[in-house]
Design a binder for this molecule. Structure first.
Ligand SMILES: [Mg+2]
Length: 168
């Protein structure tokens, strides 16, 4: 049973972006981040970037990490935040498909072992990242205002994590 669930389990589960242990990740060889957009960097369907997101992004860049947005959202939305945050982005990625992750890796010029994925959803971000063999980090979603389907998926996620995720 355990191996069946492993693909949906993150390597790390934190409350928010600023809880990500950047120094420890760097020591592990991580040089770049692939970031989810909705509910990871910005509240779902909102256009307001929080000061927390902006300052975290600045910190990550200042530390020399590469960053890339890989999102399932539509072009207009991804372009907007890509420009605001000055981070390149891939839209309509259809995570957990691997194409978007592959494109981002290629653009950053990094190996799989050098990149961590950060996202709020198990069945897109974590699953996709795990399929690629990337280090996966799950964050708590920025807001709860989501599609009905996503809310249902959340219930399953919570069950999964409660049952199968152990603190390292
Ligand atoms: Mg998301």
């Amino acid at each position: 049973m355990k191996s069946l669930f492993r693909r949906w389990l993150p390597d790390l589960y934190v409350r928010k972006l600023s809880d990500i242990p950047l120094d420890a990740l760097r020591k592990r060889g991580i040089k770049g981040f692939i970031l989810d957009l909705d509910n990871t960097l910005v509240a779902w369907n909102g256009y307001q970037l929080s000061p927390d997101t902006v300052s975290w992004m600045q910190r990550v860049k200042n530390l020399g990490f590469q960053v890339y947005i890989v999102s399932n959202a539509l072009p207009r939305r991804v372009r907007y935040f890509s420009e605001k945050l000055e981070v390149p982005g891939i839209h309509s990625a259809r995570k957990p498909r691997r194409r978007g992750f592959r494109e981002a890796l290629k653009a950053m010029g990094l190996e799989r072992s050098e990149v961590a994925v950060v996202g709020d959803q198990v069945f897109t971000d974590v699953w996709g990242g795990n399929r690629m063999g990337l280090f996966t980090i799950l964050v708590i979603p920025l807001n709860k205002k989501e599609f009905l389907l996503t809310r249902l998926v959340r219930k399953i996620e919570r069950w999964l994590l409660k049952k199968h995720w152990r603190k390292a």
